[in-house]
Unconditional design. Sequence first.
Lengths: 514, 100
Amino acid sequence: MSTIRLSAAEIAARLAAGDVSSADVTQEHLDRIAEVDGDLNAFLALDAEGALATARDVDARRAAGETLHPLAGVPIAVKDVVATEGIATTAGSKILEGWVPPYDAFLTRRLRAAGLPILGKTNMDEFAMGSSTEHSAYGPTRNPWDRDRIPGGSGGGSAAAVGAYEAPLAIGTDTGGSIRQPAAVTGTVGVKPTYGGVSRYGLIAMASSLDQAGPVTRTVLDAALLHELIGGHDPLDSTSIDAPVPPVVEAARRADVSGMRIGIVTELNGEGYQPGVRARFDEAVALLTKAGAEIVEVSCPSFAYALSTYYLVMPAEASSNLARFDAMRYGLRVAPAGVPSPSAEQVMSATREAGFGDEVKRRIIIGTYALSSGYYDAYYGSAQKVRTLIARDFEAAFGSVDVLISPTSPTTAFPLGSKLDDPMSMYLQDVATIPANLAGIPGLSLPVGVTDEDGLPVGLQVLAPAMADDRLYNVGAALERLLVEQWGGPLLSRAPELGTAATSRAASSKEGKA
Amino acid sequence: MSDGISRADVAHLANLARIDLTDAELDRLTPELTVILESVAQVAEVADADVPPTSHAVPLANVFREDVVTPGLTPEQALAGAPAVEQQRFAVPRILGEEA
């Protein structure tokens, strides 16, 4: 009996009961990756040897009667933007091809300390810039529901890996929706914790005031278990919150919305949202009402400016953060053609030209423009003010409701290639997820069905005030339970079967590669 | 700010950002950036003078740690990913003029 379709909590229970070994569970997931990842391209690097060594170590410690973390022995996939000592980390960019970090990110340390075998690193838009994973320098990841469609982005690899049963758990990062939008379009669960809830130490930075790592899973409870493991204070990140992790696991087990006030954001529903997305959202709202929640409509007028604000703040921070890729200390170094004895500056410019993809160049140039004197006040300065207005809208809304909900993404997964020539239409994918990043509040996306028109998954987003992450899990788990009851099983069981022996070669050739 | 962005502007910005854009890239990026900048410029419509700016979502004070020595990377670890190494140092191209 393979464990690949079990939730992380179920695998953990079987490991604890001694029904299965972590070595077997890990091998089953590696076999699954070998079977389906040639098609999906969810992984950029595998560490079979390291994962199995961790698994065997956990098995031995368990046999010796040691007290282990509840998730010990449950394998996990990690987004390639997270530093993993000894495993190549590229952030989906050519400029970091083959780079092996000499240290672990905070959350990697937590995973290793708890004994979670790290299967490998997942594909992503280069430096997490994108909503489709098509901006990866190593080719796009495909959606397990339809291999001609995008898996969302930037964390399409993590979402597809979890959705295709290659891993029960994955780590994502979310700067403007990169955990939640991929979750929505792949029928999986994704959570962006409160800003500062999970240390950014060892994450390759895009926009430091927005970046946040979080769990990518198939169930709300699994997300809570992983959130609890990776969350908490880290002195190595000055923006890390020095307070206990909110009681997320307890909330996921409570799953009770009776008496809660739930707000629907007027501005995040309606025009521009696909009919099937709205239909599934409305049905979910009806279920929440039936379960005893009070539904209130709230208006957040400044959200109309959130996308514009984000596309100034994020590129400004990214243009500064990505200055570190200068060809001097790590990564690619390219000499300019036809220049004898080039200067450091010339090498830098040639390297960044060769090593960065189109989207990264676009954002660095927008950021450089927005920060340049003469334009600073009009662009970056204005964006910072609107950021205040957006935070005030949330504050006012949370004065009258416990949580807010909206569709996670305006559409289902779009066909690969369909938005590559139109950056603005790609950016619109994140219109509902971006406000949470700008205000630093937590958000969760869970699957609420498939549309009638294309049969693809729809996500619903729950937003809560800062440090009230537990509310996301309470509402998410309650809705999940009602939906799974109604469906007679998880939504992912309706996804098409994947995998043929013919696809196995491509995946196994990734062992140890960048 | 509503004048848009010219091909020469993009070339100048790319130079500031140390990216050697090709002519083809300049041709492609200039109209794309014009569309994006026109769209994001709407933030100025609502940014009144009396609204304080937010640089950071969560209010934070400066954070200090105890002044004690903690282990860092070894020289070997720090240099492990370097494009070029010489005498346990990062070897870099010349930073001064041709004759220096």
